[in-house]
Design a protein around this ligand. Structure first.
Ligand SMILES: Nc1ncnc2c1ncn2[C@@H]1O[C@H](COP(=O)(O)OP(=O)(O)OP(=O)(O)O)[C@@H](O)[C@H]1O
Ligand SMILES: [Mg+2]
Length: 255
């Protein structure tokens, strides 16, 4: 493996993705370094979730190349999505399965393990995300929002993936729960050596946990770097996003 491949967990080049006559991603390029937490921001409907799903192999692309951990992702394959650590924006858990069964789902899909071993793994993953063994027999309807996110995270970690894909992991959580979740992501990233690709609108997450932030506008990455560099960006959308009235108000509140 060359040094260049080792440096990057994800490499996207000239990616074009669209639906019918709509082009969502238009010759987009992006590198995610190994071991970093990269935050992705962009307008609602701008293509953040589409980008994540395309990298995972769930959405076909029109052109361009994608490499994940040095392996090319096929253009038309419907990738084995359960093998990646993914926390989707919507529909986090299967409502008819218990917490334990939810966490075990990727194990069942991808491996042949004894029930005993799967139970042990499920409990270990739940503890890793700060839940208790007692929570394992609950159904999703019996969980708080924060617990739901943690179970989804435990499920994403089930197969010990090298990369975690998180689509707005803290949306819908109160600021304290969101802060706790951010701290958990940081701890997991450090202890497990994970690369984290995180779509978020949460300014606190961007400032406190992301090593770098990428901004998606007009189907491309228009700025990427540490948050302090993004705040200096001259790009009109990036300026409007970080220096618009609403975010100024929030930043003022944060001080
Ligand atoms: N499976 C699909 N079929 C057709 N169009 C789609 C599909 N998935 C997404 N789109 C379109 O692609 C565009 C980008 O959607 P996407 O979900 O990536 O936005 P987003 O940046 O994640 O927004 P948000 O911040 O609101 O989650 C939208 O116009 C959406 O309607
Ligand atoms: Mg989205």
């Amino acid at each position: 493996m060359s040094e260049q491949q080792e440096e990057f967990a994800i490499r996207v080049r000239d990616l074009v993705v669209g639906f019918g006559r709509q082009t969502v991603l238009d010759h987009l390029s992006l590198d995610v370094r190994r071991g970093e937490i990269l935050g992705l921001v962009g307008a609602s409907g701008g293509g953040k979730s589409v980008l994540m799903r395309t990298i995972i192999g769930l959405i076909p692309r029109r052109s361009g190349t994608i490499e994940v951990m040095g392996q090319p992702i096929g253009g038309r394959t419907q990738g084995a999505a359960t093998a990646w650590g993914i926390l989707f924006q919507q529909g986090a858990l299967f409502s008819s399965l218990t917490v334990r069964q939810n966490v075990q789902f990727p194990l069942r899909e991808n491996l042949v393990l004894s029930q005993e071993l799967m139970d042990e793994i499920a409990i270990a993953k739940l503890e890793m995300v700060g839940l208790r063994a007692q929570d394992a027999d609950k159904y999703p309807a019996e969980l708080s929002g924060g617990m739901t996110k943690r179970v989804a995270l435990a499920r994403a970690l089930a197969l010990d993936p090298p990369i975690l894909f998180l689509d707005e992991p803290t949306s819908g959580l109160d600021p304290i729960a969101a802060g706790d979740f951010d701290a958990l992501i940081r701890t997991l990233q450090r202890t497990l050596g994970l690369t984290v690709f995180m779509v978020t609108h949460d300014l606190a997450s961007l400032t406190t946990v992301c090593d770098r932030v990428a901004a998606l506008a007009d189907g491309k990455i228009v700025a990427i770097g540490p948050m302090r560099e993004l705040l200096q960006s001259e790009h009109p959308w990036v300026r409007a996003y970080f220096h618009g009235k609403r975010s100024q108000m929030l930043q003022h509140e944060m001080r």
